[in-house]
Ligand binder design. Structure first.
Ligand SMILES: Nc1ncnc2c1ncn2[C@@H]1O[C@H](COP(=O)(O)OP(=O)(O)OP(=O)(O)O)[C@@H](O)[C@H]1O
Ligand SMILES: [Mg+2]
Length: 447
């Protein structure tokens, strides 16, 4: 959850967003102000900015995006039904949907999608929604989740993304459906996520992601990692500026100490958060966990002495569920890299492009013991709402579309406090890292 609450969006609404005006003067003003490269978030951030929603559709980047109506999104998500529910974060609930060719939109393929609905009683709002539309409308990369479109009707704000079959990394790492994530799969995910951050930092106008954590790393069917949730992202410093000053936002356990102390934001804040996630991948432990003994609750504090002496203490760090199925050389290098990313002084942290190079070299290590073939017999398990995206990959939705009733009403029916979805899923056969698996995965990652 966010460190600080975000102001409600009602106070920062751009009034003209809600008027369907086609004022030519406004439009010509817009085009004059759109720079040839990426439009900055700051172009939208002050009240009265001419870059408002009614102009979004005519701006260059929004031609990548489809504008959906609320009834359309209700239809494709079975009326935001509980059987389509994937999970919920600070923005609001997320439901699976399916866009069919009959949607009649040129350029929109039939495909599964994830529809994120703004919770009007939540902490996030129009600002975060607009940040997401403006950034993901312009930035396209294999390691950023693809925004397909949006919906803005009255107070309702929705976002439509490509559907990521395997949900988020947090669920795979900490809420184990089957067996432990294999070592090379962890490394593949780390490389993908690092490439996503390196892309954002390497842009002509760099972007600081600000909310790098396992729940924001989504996985496709081949465990390709894509960054999602750009609501907290910020334009990086420009010109001679060394940092941007911001309200302190992010998630406990992931934000860099200097950012928490000063609010000064640089790309090195993301590098620190990357170090925390790398440590989570290495140890299988959450960044923060109140259920652990007091001295171990903060993962970084607990791990620091072992990271510094990783040559001798790697066994104390490594996720025991990996058993011996990992590269010992690779694990030491990951520990050393995590230690650099977590340097107290941001000057000693590596850049994300350097991190990508190191991680790619770790994929080359072949000192992984050949593991036994493991077959997990199909069984029935109960899962909670946060892991239900896995269930969505296993069955298609059978619920009837619920006509009528507004979205808020529909959703509030499901949002009873403590409500947990109990679905049955079939667990698939899984394999541990064998040499065959290693080779296939390495070849695949290189391509
Ligand atoms: N494109 C997508 N494809 C599949 N599942 C998704 C997609 N986007 C989000 N989800 C799932 O929806 C749930 C809510 O995601 P969301 O990003 O809103 O919140 P979060 O990351 O859990 O929390 P936070 O608000 O702290 O970032 C998560 O379980 C996530 O895996
Ligand atoms: Mg998220």
């Amino acid at each position: 959850m966010a460190i600080k609450n975000i102001k409600k969006w009602r106070s920062i609404i751009i009034p003209s967003c809600f008027k369907n005006h086609n004022n030519l003067d406004t439009k010509s003003q817009v085009f004059k102000q759109i720079p040839p490269s990426r439009i900055s978030l700051s172009d939208f951030s002050y009240p009265g900015s001419p870059l408002c929603l009614s102009d979004l559709s005519s701006s260059k980047f929004a031609s990548n995006l489809h504008i959906f109506t609320l009834p359309e999104l209700k239809l494709i998500t079975n009326g935001f039904s509980s059987s389509n529910f994937l999970g919920e974060g600070g923005f609001g609930p997320v439901h699976k949907g399916f866009v069919s060719e009959t949607a009649g939109r040129p350029g929109l393929e039939a495909q599964p999608v994830a529809v994120k609905l703004l919770d009007l009683d939540g902490d996030q709002g129009h600002r975060e929604w607009l940040t997401e539309v403006v950034l993901l409308g312009q930035l396209r990369h294999p390691h950023l989740v693809k925004l397909i479109g949006y919906c803005c009707e009255d107070e309702q704000r929705l976002l439509v993304y490509e559907y990521m079959t395997r949900g988020n990394l947090e669920n795979h790492l900490f809420r184990r459906y089957t067996s432990s994530l294999p070592w090379l799969t962890r490394m593949k995910i780390a490389v993908g996520a690092a490439k996503g951050l390196a892309f954002l930092h390497g842009e002509e106008k760099p972007v600081i992601y600000r909310d790098f954590k396992t729940s924001n790393i989504l996985l496709d069917s081949d465990y390709n990692a894509k960054l999602s949730d750009f609501g907290l992202a910020k334009d990086g410093p420009e010109g001679d500026d060394t940092h941007v000053s911001t309200r302190i936002m992010g998630t406990h356990g992931y934000a860099a100490p200097e950012y928490i102390m000063t609010g000064h934001l640089t790309a090195m804040n993301d590098v620190y958060s990357f170090g925390v996630v790398l440590l989570e991948l290495l140890t299988g432990k959450r960044a923060m966990d109140k259920a652990r003994p007091a001295r171990e609750q903060n993962l970084v504090e607990w791990a620091k002495p072992y990271l510094k002496d990783h040559h001798h203490k790697i066994e104390r760090l490594i996720d025991p569920t990996l058993e011996d199925q990992y590269s010992s050389q690779g694990a030491k290098k990951v520990a050393s890299l995590a230690n650099q990313c977590l340097s107290h002084n941001p000057k000693y942290r590596p850049t994300m492009s350097h991190v990508v190079r190191i991680l790619e070299s770790i994929l080359e290590y072949s000192d992984i013991p050949a593991g036994p073939f493991v077959y997990v017999a199909p069984t029935e398990v109960k899962i909670d709402a946060k892991v239900s995206e896995n269930e969505a990959t296993c069955k298609e939705n059978g619920d009837q579309v619920d006509e009528g009733g507004d979205v808020k009403k529909e959703y509030s029916k499901q949002k009873t406090k403590g409500y947990r979805h109990k679905h049955q899923i079939k667990v698939r056969a899984v394999y541990t890292d064998t040499h065959v698996y290693n080779k296939t995965l390495r070849d695949e990652i290189k391509n």
